[in-house]
Design a binder for this molecule. Structure first.
Ligand code: BGC
Length: 382
């Protein structure tokens, strides 16, 4: 009896210190292990670059698949409150479908995520002209943004509490009109606590502007389950940046209080969506209440049918809340068709058009400095 107690106590201690699974006499202690990363071929680009698909798994039924084409998260498998696992991001099964064009499903958006008015900005007295790819404006890095390039991928060694994939990309001076050779690193980590952590780092050899985000479209009821209007959203934002017809911020900061933009207490996404002026749904930057660059709570989304909860923390000063207003049925996804409002994005980032808005948080990166931002997507149920 005494020996049995000592064995169990030792197992608990080992599990505790290693942060890992310990299975003794059918009793499970500590957190899930089974951390794993595997790689398979995903095909090649028209210019013959080989593309891979990486699968990261943890011991808690969470799996994320990431391709080094655009750093795209293609699948994100998450359990619901009954343990049923479903894919909660929009996307495709094949590289060909991504190559055929899509609205940034799961991709890394950059060099500047979201819009820069008329594709122009001035830095240190020099005017730069960027690729114009959205009406008269520049969107998500231009014609060939970071979502359409092949990143170099290095899988990390799985640890007891996390598994990671590191992606790097050198964006050359002049690419899409941006100044400076920019060395970018994006690290995707899946943890034993069902977190997907994304770390973005970059350095440049000439002053430039930079805004990196991940453009996943979530549907916490499952990617094939229709609209996201019943999801309940809370945002840590007392202000937002209103936009003009081209979705460029007017430069004002408006209080959300008493408006359809007030998610400081929980509201379903659909409740006031038809009253959002102009944009056919939400497509706005929210100014996060934490502006000091520390990792802070950004948003919580709850899906009542499945009980899935997504909590987001970020170091960024803003989040673009987009309700898939331009999804029009033309993208046939993973065994389904994506229609208007079938997914929502919460793109943590600097505010749109900051390079032309000196009173917005600066998105300038100078040589000798390191761009360093973190966003965590944490999944649970209730
Ligand atoms: C933008 C939308 C755009 C979507 C897909 C979002 O980040 O705010 O206006 O349609 O990305 O490109």
């Amino acid at each position: 009896m005494k020996t049995r107690f000592l064995v169990i106590a030792a197992a608990v201690m080992i599990g505790f210190y290693a942060g890992c699974d310990t299975q003794i006499m059918g009793i499970k202690f500590g957190k899930g292990t089974n951390m794993n990363i595997s790689k398979e071929s995903f095909g090649k680009t028209p210019d013959d670059k080989l593309v891979d698909l990486y699968t990261l798994t943890n011991g808690n039924d969470m799996t994320v698949k990431i391709t080094n084409y655009g750093g795209i998260i293609t699948n994100l498998m998450v359990p619901d409150r009954d343990g049923k696992i479903d894919d909660v991001v929009l996307g495709f099964d094949t590289l060909e479908e991504y190559l055929a064009g899509h609205p940034y499903f799961g991709a890394i958006a950059g060099r500047y995520a979201n819009r820069i008015a008329k594709g122009k900005f001035t830095l240190d007295g020099v005017e730069y002209n960027l690729a114009v790819n959205n009406g008269e404006n520049h969107l998500h890095g231009g014609i060939v943004g970071f979502d359409k390039v092949v990143w170099t991928a290095v899988p990390g060694k799985a640890r007891s509490d996390r598994v990671m994939l590191t992606l790097t990309y050198l964006s050359k001076d002049g690419e899409e009109g941006y100044p400076g050779n920019l060395n970018c690193t994006v690290v995707y980590e899946l943890t034993a606590d069902n977190e997907l952590k994304i770390t973005y780092k970059a350095t440049t050899d000439k002053a430039t502007v930079l805004n990196l985000t991940n453009h996943s479209y979530f549907n916490l009821a499952g990617q094939a389950s229709g609209d996201i209007l019943g999801h309940v959203l809370t945002l840590n934002a007392n202000y937002f940046t209103p936009v003009d017809e081209g979705l460029i911020p007017t430069g004002q900061l408006d209080s959300v209080r008493g408006t359809v933009f007030d998610f400081t207490s929980p509201h379903t996404i659909g409740e006031r969506l038809n009253d959002v002026p102009m944009t056919g749904g939400y497509d706005h930057n929210f100014c996060l209440n934490s502006q000091d660059g520390s990792l802070a709570w950004c948003a919580t989304v709850y899906e009542p049918e499945t009980g899935r909860v997504l909590e987001i923390e970020t170091t960024q000063p803003g989040v673009q809340f987009y309700t898939g207003n331009f999804l029009d049925g033309s993208n046939k996804g993973k065994g389904t068709t994506y229609n208007k409002h079938n997914g929502f994005c919460l793109e943590t980032q600097h505010w749109p058009d900051s390079p032309n808005k000196p009173h917005f948080p600066s998105a300038v990166l100078e040589p000798g400095r390191t761009y360093d931002e973190v966003t965590i997507f944490k999944f649970s149920t209730k």
